[in-house]
Design a protein around this ligand. Structure first.
Ligand code: APR
Length: 235
C-alpha cells in the first residue's frame, strides 16, 4: 500500500493550463489585459457604468466555450486522472472561468473566480447555467427583475469558496501551482498558507512568487503536468 496516496493534495491552476487549448491568458504577450483595461471590463463599477461593454467582453469568452476546437488538453486530463487514483483528500482550485477542467473529468473542483457558463441575479442571487450571449437587460427567471450578470468574480469582489480552500491549504501535504503568474491575491498567497506542504510550481517561466516553492518545473503545462504526475505516482 502506498501511504503517499492517502495524503492531502491541493492544486491551484491559472490561465496557463488552458493556454495550449487555445484560451488566451491575461498577462502574457498578447494577453487579454493588453487589449482591455481591467477597470473597463472586470469590475462591478465597469458593469454599472457600461453593462453592454462588459457583457460583450464575457459573451465573446463564453462563445469560445462552444467552439468544437476548444478541448481539454493533456494537462487537464492528467489532473483528472490523478484525482481518480488519489486516495486521500484531493482539491483542485482553479482561477479559470472556462469549463475545461470539468470537461476533462475533474470532480472536486472549485472555481474561485466564477464560471463563464453561469450567470446570476444581482437582486435575488439566483444562479442559472448559461451558454448563450447575455443581453444587458435580462430578466431573472426566479424574481423577474432585470439583474442578471456573468457569474465572474470581478476585481474588488470576494472570491468564492475561500473557507473551504483555506481549510484544505492548512492540511495540505502537497501544494501544486500550475500556469498562474502569482499576481492576483488571494490565490497568489496560497503557497504561504500551505505551511506543511511540499510546494511545486509548474510554469513556462519563473513567476514573482517562485521563491516560495520547493521545486519548479519549467515548460508547457501539456508536457510538464503529465510528466510530473507520472513521476509523482511512480517514485
Ligand atoms: N504552460 C504553463 N504555463 C503557462 C503556459 C503554458 N502553456 N502559458 C502561459 N503560462 C503561464 C505564464 O507564464 C503565466 O505565469 O501562465 C501564467 C498566466 O498568467 P496570467 O495571465 O496572469 O493568468 P492567471 O495567473 O491565471 O491570472 C489570475 O487574474 O485577471 C485575473 O481573474 C483573472 O483568474 C485571473 C487572475
Amino acid at each position: 500500500m502506498d501511504l503517499r496516496l492517502f495524503k492531502n493534495i491541493v492544486i491551484l491552476t491559472g490561465a496557463g493550463i488552458s493556454a495550449e487549448s487555445g484560451i488566451r491568458t491575461f498577462r502574457d504577450q498578447n494577453g487579454l489585459w493588453e487589449e482591455h483595461r481591467i477597470e473597463d471590463v472586470a469590475t462591478p463599477e465597469a458593469f454599472a457604468q457600461n453593462p453592454a461593454l462588459v457583457q460583450r467582453f464575457y459573451n465573446l469568452r463564453r462563445a469560445q466555450l462552444k467552439d468544437p476546437n476548444l478541448q481539454p488538453n493533456a494537462a487537464h486530463k492528467a489532473l483528472a486522472q490523478l484525482e481518480e487514483i488519489w486516495e486521500g483528500n484531493f482539491l483542485l482550485v482553479t482561477q479559470n472561468v472556462d469549463n475545461l477542467h470539468r470537461r476533462a473529468g475533474s470532480k472536486n473542483l472549485l472555481h474561485m473566480h466564477g464560471r463563464l457558463d453561469r450567470i446570476f441575479c444581482q437582486f435575488c442571487d439566483e444562479k442559472v447555467d448559461w451558454t448563450e450571449d447575455l443581453l444587458t437587460q435580462h430578466p431573472c427567471p426566479s424574481c423577474g427583475r432585470l439583474g442578471m450578470r456573468p457569474d465572474i468574480v470581478w476585481f474588488g469582489e470576494m472570491p468564492y469558496h475561500m473557507e473551504e480552500i483555506y481549510a484544505a491549504l492548512d492540511k495540505a501535504d502537497y501544494f501544486i501551482s500550475i500556469g498562474t503568474s502569482g499576481q492576483v491575491y488571494p490565490a497568489a498567497g496560497f503557497v504561504q498558507l500551505a505551511w506543511k506542504a511540499k510546494k511545486i510550481e509548474i510554469n513556462m517561466k519563473d513567476t514573482g512568487i517562485s521563491a516560495a516553492f520547493d521545486s519548479h518545473l519549467v515548460g508547457p503545462a501539456t508536457v510538464e503536468v503529465p510528466r510530473f504526475i507520472q513521476n509523482f505516482l511512480t517514485n
